[in-house]
Design a protein around this ligand. Structure first.
Ligand code: FDA
Length: 393
């Protein structure tokens, strides 16, 4: 059986559903195909089940791409306030958690329901459990052969996301289509991902497993101030996920624990107040106790504070606030929240997300070489790039 529509969207994730809504609202007949049993699986599990659906501070500087200007057009034309207006129209309660991150009060499923309702109102059809077998260019558009038959359309939008979390159906499909049509790619790698440590370092920090502390993490000129978490596999927490997108194999990162606390001043005051206490005890007043123990041992600082020169105290502070770590790797796509790299933006028109050399073929969302920081930025890119494509169809 053959079905014809104006637009085929492959991928019923955040970007694909938003694109279908906008194209449908413009009077286009739209069908959305997805191999999964349900739409928006990543939305459902995002933000710990509450979906951090945008960030009110989203701006181009919160995104990584080989071309740092590419995302400007789409982000300017569909802003966080535009998405919030949609959420409000559907009476979904939300709150700002921290750093401009907006979450549903209740459940991420509210966002999926909202998108499905909007799709229905716009007349866009959704076909799930549909395996894509082949995509071909025809004289007047595209033919998509699937397990459920053939679909024909003038425009084809690829919104199948990246490689992150293969267990959830991530396939790298978009990259294969890009290759088929001769579009260039920027090498992909896992982003927003926990970092691992070599066995020796991992063993030495094993006692810290489970500890979280505020930290500033630096890699070159990039720095993030958020929580750092020690795990039984290495390093995690928001600060590590953020820096992981900038980190490359072989690089070092610098850790500044409790960057808002003047540790030296604290230790000097503690020494004056009670010279008989140990530096570990004094440090344990402002840092988790196991971390204080680890750092004093690492700095080789022992004995009563009364016997310690300011130079020794400074050495201890340096161990805590200028701590250089060389991760051995990352946990990879298995746990990465996003895929860095992807379809080279040089091949796409930034207003419509259309491939410059293949009229009618669009790429949106995570499969494109635009990756946001942690904190709602990636969904904002999915919405904005979906709108950019949808409004051009
Ligand atoms: P997405 O991956 O959402 O959708 C792709 C769709 O295509 C899926 O429905 C899939 O089934 C389908 N598909 C794939 N291959 C196919 C094929 N071969 N044939 C047919 N269909 C196919 N971001 C954020 O801003 N705030 C947050 O709170 C979070 N939280 C979060 C938690 C976790 C655990 C992860 C893994 C990720 C996040 N993210 C996030 C990132 C966010 O989920 C991601 O950036 C967007 O979902 C990307 O949207 P897309 O629509 O591009 O792809």
């Amino acid at each position: 059986m053959q079905r014809r529509s104006d637009v085929i969207v492959i991928g019923a994730g955040a970007a694909g559903m938003m694109c279908a809504i906008r194209a449908g609202q413009r009077g286009r007949s739209v069908v959305v195909l997805d191999h999964a049993k349900a739409p928006g699986d990543k939305i459902r599990i995002s933000g710990g089940g509450r979906c951090n659906f945008t960030n009110i501070h989203a701006s181009p500087k919160n995104f990584l791409s080989a071309n740092p200007h590419f995302m400007k057009s789409a982000l300017a034309r569909f802003t966080p306030s535009d998405f919030v207006a949609m959420v409000d129209r559907h009476r979904i309660a939300w709150h700002e958690k921290t750093l401009g991150q907006l979450f549903c009060d209740d459940s991420a499923k509210d966002i999926i329901r909202m998108l499905l309702d909007e799709m229905q109102a716009a007349g866009a059809r959704l076909e799930l459990r549909t395996e894509i077998v082949a995509v071909e260019k025809t004289e007047d558009g595209f033919r998509v052969s699937t397990s459920e038959g053939e679909y024909l359309a003038t425009s084809l939008v690829i919104a199948t996301g990246g490689k992150s979390i293969p267990k959830m159906g991530a396939t790298g499909f978009a990259y294969r289509i890009a290759e088929q049509f001769g579009l260039p790619m920027i090498e992909t790698r896992p982003g927003l991902v926990p970092l691992t440590l070599d066995p020796q370092l991992l063993e030495s920090v094993a006692p810290l497993s489970g500890i979280a502390a505020p930290a500033e993490l630096r890699h070159g000129k990039t720095a993030f101030r958020e929580a750092l978490l020690f795990t039984h596999r290495g390093l995690s927490g928001p600060a590590i996920l953020q820096i992981s997108s900038y980190w490359r194999e072989g690089d070092e990162i610098t850790v500044d624990i409790e960057p808002d606390v003047d540790l030296l001043a604290h230790l000097k005051t503690a020494k004056q107040a009670n010279g008989r206490q140990s530096a570990q005890t004094a440090l344990g007043e402002v840092l988790p106790k196991r971390l204080a123990q680890y750092l004093t041992e690492r700095a080789g600082v022992t004995g009563n504070m009364a016997d310690m020169s300011d130079k020794v105290l400074a050495r201890l502070v340096d161990a805590a606030q200028n701590w250089t770590i060389k991760p051995s790797g990352s946990e990879g796509y298995r746990t990465a929240e996003v895929t860095l790299g992807g379809i080279d933006t040089a091949a796409l028109d930034s207003r419509s997300m259309q491939a410059k050399t293949v009229p009618g073929l669009h790429f949106i969302g995570e499969c494109v070489d635009v990756t946001g920081w942690l904190g709602g930025y990636n969904f904002q890119w999915a919405w904005a790039s979906g709108v950019a494509a949808g409004d051009s169809l």
